[in-house]
Design a protein around this ligand. Structure first.
Ligand code: MTE
Length: 330
């Protein structure tokens, strides 16, 4: 704490040598540091410093956010570089190679955009992107994202809890599941010509999972609007589940009474279940899920990390699955 105080950020000169916004952010961060949440704050600090040095990472429109106070929302781990987060992607609508989405997703038009909300809700409707952006205060959260393929990243997302939207649309007593339907536009998405999956890509959560404060609707990353390849203009992020549960480029949110099938369940039922919670004790039928490779730390001598139960969010979400056999409900 002393170290930071003595670095002189509060010195009047700082405002002259540092862009005002960055300087203001530093002051906020210093206050937060003084308040005690040092680890998470430092992780975000690193992101913000990177931004301050190279202006903004991808030069997409900025998306201002304050630091999240949701429990577990700020991992202390090092953030994955912006270049890796935006060039190593799964977005099969734009091709199955990791480099395909960054190469091909330029055709996605994230504006204008509407998300339809329907099914078992008292207030169904079509939400324009601008209305969604203003629906709740934007927060920055650094989440671990663990892909079922065995790699992981740490990404500073910008958005808010999906619960903010759910509360406003007032689910009826019949609503037990929430389904996310993503864009399927043949004219813009070359991957739709492939039959790897049934399009559109659909995912779903139980209503209580969807209401959990960690479940996030994300509109940006690294302080900027989402790049197309990461699911612009709005995607889901469910940090304790394998990455494929986090649907990209969402166009419809449906509230349902019965558990719907998801795209991966339909494609390979023996390998992908509805829950898909990160679980090092339940292997994928074709490979172990005990360890993971952190993107950006590749190389011959990079050590694999142990995968954590619920991706490290067990304290926050474990009780959602109390009494369930997680080998059966994989
Ligand atoms: N959403 C759609 N619409 N299509 C996809 O192919 N891939 C999923 C998920 N969401 C996918 C998707 C998978 S497998 C992962 S691991 C994450 O997106 C990857 O998100 P990222 O590229 O932002 O890291």
């Amino acid at each position: 704490m002393h170290l930071l105080k003595n670095r002189g950020y509060a010195h009047p000169l700082a405002s002259e040598i540092t862009p005002r916004a960055v300087y203001e952010e530093r002051r906020t961060l210093l206050r937060q540091l003084a308040a005690g949440a040092a680890g998470g704050t430092l992780a975000l600090w690193a992101a913000r410093d990177a931004r301050a040095q190279g202006a903004r990472p991808g030069r997409l429109p900025a998306l201002a956010a304050s630091r999240s106070s949701v429990a577990g929302a700020l991992t202390m781990e090092k953030l994955t570089p912006y270049a890796d987060v935006t060039s190593y992607n799964n977005f099969y609508e734009f091709g199955t190679d990791k480099a395909d989405p960054a190469r091909n997703a330029g055709t996605l038009k994230p504006r204008p955009w509407t998300v339809a909300v329907d099914g078992e809700v008292k207030k169904p409707g079509n939400y324009d992107l601008d209305a969604l952006l203003k629906l709740a205060p934007m927060e920055e959260r650094s989440y671990r994202l663990r892909c079922v393929e065995g790699w992981s990243m740490v990404v500073p997302w910008v958005g808010y809890s999906l619960a903010e939207l759910i509360k406003r649309v007032e689910p009826t007593g019949n609503a037990k599941y929430v389904q996310f339907v993503t864009l399927a536009d043949k004219a813009r998405m070359p991957g739709l010509n492939s039959s790897v999956l049934d399009w559109p890509y659909v995912e779903a959560l139980r209503l209580d999972e969807a209401m959990h404060p960690l479940t996030m609707l994300a509109y940006g990353l690294y302080g900027e609007t989402l790049p197309n390849q990461n699911g612009a203009p709005v995607r889901l992020v469910v940090p304790w589940k394998y990455g494929f549960k986090s649907g990209k480029s969402i166009v419809r949110i449906r509230f349902l009474e019965n558990q719907p099938k998801t795209s991966w369940e339909l494609a390979i039922p023996g390998e992908y279940g509805f829950y898909s919670n990160v679980n090092p004790g339940v292997d994928h039928p074709r490979w172990s899920q005990a360890t993971e490779r952190r993107i950006g730390e590749d190389g011959l001598f990079a050590r694999k990390r142990p995968t954590l139960m619920f991706n490290g969010y067990e304290a926050q979400v474990g009780q959602l699955y109390a009494g369930m056999d997680l080998k059966k409900f994989y």
